[in-house]
Design a protein around this ligand. Structure first.
Ligand SMILES: [Zn+2]
Length: 386
């Protein structure tokens, strides 16, 4: 069986409603329906609701270690950003642990692991994690749309896509080890997760269109992951095996498709899967409930698509979008906003200043500190909140 083992800082935080438990049960039912076979004799979610344990997501064949905030059950709406974690880590039992990239599988500990197929391992797990979060009811349709819109905006405005192919980002765990970066939007990060997912959304849309709705990536999942029921060994694959399985589902030049999107620089068309599905990304001056919840959980403020800034709870810059207004003003990661238009900084003050400057020609006047130095900065941005 599959067990959800829950631990929390305080007993009251374990107060899951029957409806919440039912959605977690649905996750198991829907995963087995989707993949068609199971690669464990038992599966244990080790699930911590805690302020002090790490917010980990660590997958194994027959278990996963998962950490979220303490109010996962007791402030369900606000925890939306945590609700795709269990679907993601559970998917890894199939994608990553049972089916394993040939260069990631090693016969002994002296042979280094290679991650060139992480765009399947993590990219397609990101895809199925979202699908299963939706099919189980762990995320509502609106929440999922908010999450996908966030991902779409992030990658539609990723200038690093102009020079660096997705496959090269599979080296990022080795190169960067998740340390903070100065210019994430230009350097890229572990982009094989979400851009990988966007490529799989496009693949799904192509299968659906060409088969006139008869087939989808679900057929790939059953063919690729749904073999050898109850075998928890490993079955390795190469990119040629991926293309071959896709071709068996829907004949198409999948080798070229994957080569273009993963192995080559592919600067445009990252939202093609959404376009094929009839969806369109739009920007407004009102945050989606999803983005609001993410901001609340991070206690920071995300203005990447307006001024180009992302700030933490203390007003310290954590990201500057490449060639944004903030970039042109010379703002950089690690600088701290002290004041905005003469008022002491807080997130609300900055948002109000952006609203006030919208449609005018007036710049926003900032005081910024870094180490022992304090200096004025003129932020020329009049496009309003986005
Ligand atoms: Zn993962």
């Amino acid at each position: 069986g599959v067990k959800l083992n829950i631990f929390a800082d305080k007993p009251a935080q374990l107060a899951a409603t029957p409806d919440q438990i039912a959605k977690h049960r649905n996750l198991v039912t829907q995963a087995v329906k989707t993949f068609g076979a199971q690669h464990y004799d038992h599966y244990d979610f080790l699930f911590a609701l805690s302020d002090t344990q790490s917010g980990v997501g660590l997958e194994h064949h027959r278990s996963s270690e998962n950490g979220v905030g303490p109010d996962y059950f007791t402030d369900w709406d606000a925890a939306v950003g945590d609700r795709d974690l269990l679907p993601h880590e559970y998917t890894h039992s199939w994608d990553g642990k049972f089916r394993r990239g040939a260069d990631l599988w090693t016969p002994d500990y002296r042979t280094p692991m290679q991650g060139s197929l992480l765009w399947v391992y993590e990219g397609q797990t990101q895809f199925w994690g979202n699908v299963l979060a939706a099919r189980s009811g762990l995320m509502t349709r609106d929440e999922m749309m908010g999450s996908l819109a966030y991902d779409a905006a992030m990658y539609d405005t990723r200038p690093g896509r102009q020079w660096r192919p997705v496959v090269d980002t599979t080296n990022d765990p080795t190169m960067s080890q998740r340390r903070p970066k100065a210019w994430t939007s230009w350097q890229r990060s572990e982009d094989y997760y979400v851009e990988g997912m966007l490529v799989w959304i496009e693949a799904d849309s192509i299968i659906r269109t060409r088969s006139k709705g008869k087939r989808s990536l679900d057929d790939f999942a059953r063919a690729f992951f749904g073999i050898r029921d109850r075998d928890w060994g490993e079955v390795t694959y190469t990119v040629a095996d991926v293309a071959k399985t896709l071709n068996a589902v829907e004949p198409y030049d999948w080798a070229t498709f994957l080569d273009d999107r993963i192995y080559k620089v592919h600067p445009t068309g990252v939202l093609q899967g959404f376009t094929n599905g009839g969806y369109r990304l739009t920007y407004t001056d009102t945050q989606t409930p999803y983005l609001k919840a993410i901001e609340k959980a991070s206690k920071g403020v995300n203005l990447l698509w307006s001024s180009g800034l992302n700030l933490d709870k203390d007003g310290v810059v954590t990201q500057v979008m490449w060639e944004s207004a903030a970039f042109d003003a010379g703002l950089a990661v690690g600088q701290k906003l002290v004041s905005v238009d003469g008022l002491k900084y807080d997130a609300g003050v900055l948002k109000d200043a952006i609203k006030a400057a919208s449609g005018t020609k007036a710049p926003i006047q900032l005081i910024v500190s870094v180490n022992d130095q304090v200096r004025p900065v003129t932020l020329k941005y009049n496009g309003g909140l986005r």
